[in-house]
Ligand binder design. Sequence first.
Ligand SMILES: Cc1ncc(COP(=O)(O)O)c(C=O)c1O
Length: 415
Amino acid sequence: MSPRTSRGLLPVRMLAPAGTPVGAGELVRWAGAVVRGGSTDAVERLRSRIGDRLELAGGGVVAAGSARALLTLLLQELSAGRPERTEVVVPGYTCYSVAASIVRAGLSVRPLEIDPRTLSYEPGALEALEPDPVLAIVSANLFGMPDDLPRLERFAEERSVHLIDDAAQALGARVAGRPVGSFGTAGLLSLDKGKPLTSLRGGLLVTRDPVLAEGVARRVPSAEGPGDAGVGERVRDLVRMLGYGALLRPGPYGIVDRVLELGRTVYDPGFPVEPYPPHLAPMALGLLDRLDEVNRGRSRTARMILDALPEGAGIELPRSARPDTEGIDLRLPLLMESAEARDRALAALHRAGLGATGYYPLALIDVPGLAAELAPDPVDTPGAREVAARLLTLPTHGYVTERDVQRMRTVLSGR
Ligand SMILES: Cc1ncc(COP(=O)(O)O)c(C=O)c1O
């Protein structure tokens, strides 16, 4: 039986669009840390293990309440050394919070064209860039699919701009034998829900430059009072953590969608800039132990979906521009034949409870509220607009079954 809702007859089994399944035992352990209040030791361990994973060899890892907060603090730090540089270059299709972080740092946003086949900068757009006002360029590595980072790193060096390697969606991916997140001046990881490694929220900045790490760390506000967050915040996190564990399971329509808000994106430069709550570190540490296994599982599911995709349905598959990459398939992105085909497929997949999303609904140049913050003479980005209109993501997490994959095939073949 399916419940009748205001949106019609919808399935009881509804997949979340992203996430990492967690066991009851794990949840109880992490919940214990939330109740007791975390220790700064756990945050130290998390920083040190991330430093090893990213092969930083001595640099530094800085934790804060979100990746967007760290991006703002990093840009403020870099900008203090080069105040004449006022622009930050971003791919025309990326997370709105990247743009929000730039605005929050008092800088202007320069979106450049992307290639819909790679979801990454269109090489010609970079070549045409006037570098003098540019402080930094930011990568995207969307869905764990690596950008051509060696090329971006070379480009940044040649033009004397910073490369910020946004690995919010790509922890565990590699390019040319190096971890994504380790390219350029600094990398960013997000610990938000639906990311490769989560502790409900949080962010980590990674850099080989210990002086830069110290400079950013000094800018992270410290918690009020000694130790961890107050009881109220910890109770809220306890509820969120138990909710995350329970609601990620395929369940009744609406609960997953409304409570977890996975991948929902709004442009809001008024986000809080806060320290990382130590009581969440045990969750991140626990999931870090099995990150590679979880990533491999997502890639197996992605492969299963790819093998099942109907032929002749006009579906294109974005791919990394380089052959020497190992992606992590956080979600599986498909480019549908047209905007109408995307909207039709999305509605049908949604009715079937299959966890599909249209992802970021607009190219950055079209985001309301951001227009006034764009750098002068912004270029048009038709490729980014096309992606916003034609992209569809399918879930790859551990709750997706073979039967779900067969149902995806049926829906996408229009039968
Ligand atoms: C590509 C990308 N960059 C940056 C961020 C910002 O991460 P956070 O939510 O931790 O601020 C996100 C996540 O929303 C993202 O997907």
